[in-house]
Design a binder for this molecule. Structure first.
Ligand code: UDP
Ligand code: MG
Length: 323
């Protein structure tokens, strides 16, 4: 028998969760018909949802023994959700997918075909269109991938997603990376292994809303840059040298000019100009160093990536005790 774990991070997904459950059941059924040696577990991560998500999960876990869940003590973010899911999964293969059906379950049979013989360790989808996304967002997304791939040794594939079908070996490799500042797109790529990309057109959410705001995404992309590249640190150094050089030249020009045509205003201006430039530069560099320092600080503390408040096991036990 081969067990497939399907890990689904959920944050306020009461609207789509029933739809998702229905769809995934169809897919599991279909896959079992094609491969009789397959069994499944559904592992939902309730990332501190404020709506009825947890209630729905409890209900599902009571009715369906393939359903497991982990409920966090608060919202820890999708990255933490994925980590928890991978850590608690028991399958020979692990799938990570969103609850909002933007990662169509219909892809699973195809993905399984790629990994089942060990030819690939991972099958994943790659969006080739950004349909349904605002122009501004697409523009910045493209820009991010361009910058990222230029300054980081780890390749981040444009359009790659967190919809993945992985072998146990790759999952274990990912679990080895216990960093606190998690940027999955980088982590998946960093661990390597053979990955097969399946291209597809973007799918819109059937219900609910995306929890990503523009600024949320912006912060996340900065996270990616700081987690997988030290280029900004080097950039600050180069920029510092450049600005100092310009300031020096400007200063010399102004001094020479002031000697030829004595004008007290000129000297005064030069002073202010140099002062501004240098203090700006210093602030900038200090900020950069501070950023890396703060990241290091969080890593060094070895904080847990997530905290569990309830799981299907504790819930089932509680229900049994009540009876
Ligand atoms: N999600 C999560 N924690 C969060 C935000 C999102 O577990 O803090 C889950 C969400 O429930 C969904 C997936 O991550 O299953 C993707 O979220 P969303 O659809 O909001 O992102 P988008 O598809 O717009 O990138
Ligand atoms: Mg989504």
């Amino acid at each position: 028998m081969r067990l497939i774990s399907i890990v689904v991070p959920c944050y306020n997904e009461e609207e789509v969760l029933p739809l998702f459950y229905e769809e995934i059941q169809k897919t599991m059924q279909q896959m079992r018909e094609e491969h009789s040696d397959l069994s499944f577990e559904l592992l939902f991560i309730d990332d501190g949802s404020k709506d009825k998500t947890l209630a729905l999960l409890r209900d599902m876990a009571l009715r369906d023994e393939r359903v497991r869940y982990i409920s966090f003590s608060r919202n820890f973010g999708k990255e933490a959700g994925m980590y928890a899911g991978l850590e608690h999964s028991r399958g020979d293969y692990v799938v990570v997918m969103d609850a909002d059906l933007q990662h169509p379950p219909a892809f699973l049979p195809k993905m399984y075909n790629y990994v089942k013989d060990g030819e690939y360790d991972c099958a994943t989808t790659r969006r080739v269109s950004r349909e349904g996304e605002s122009r501004l967002r697409s523009f910045f997304a493209r820009l991010f991938y361009k910058i990222m791939n230029r300054i980081s040794q780890t390749e981040i594939v444009d359009g790659a997603q967190d919809f993945r079908f992985m072998s146990r070996q790759m999952v274990n490799a990912i679990l080895e990376m216990r960093e606190y500042n998690r940027f999955s797109k980088g982590i998946f790529s960093w661990v390597g292994f053979r990955t097969r990309y399946i291209e597809y057109e973007n799918v819109e959410r059937p219900a609910g809303t995306s929890s990503w705001s523009f600024w949320g995404l912006f912060r996340y992309s900065l996270e990616g840059i700081f987690a997988f590249s030290t280029a900004p640190l080097t950039a600050a150094t180069y920029m510092g040298v450049l600005i100092m050089f310009i300031a020096l030249v400007a200063l010399i020009v102004l001094i020479v000019k002031a000697i030829i045509v004595p004008d007290p205003d000129l000297r005064f201006l030069a002073g202010i100009f140099v002062l501004c430039l240098l203090s700006g530069l210093q602030l900038f560099c200090t900020g950069m160093v501070g950023h890396y320092l703060s990241k290091t600080y969080l890593e060094v503390k070895h904080r847990p990536i997530y905290l569990t408040r309830e799981t299907e096991e504790t819930y089932r036990r509680k229900m049994e005790d009540c009876l």
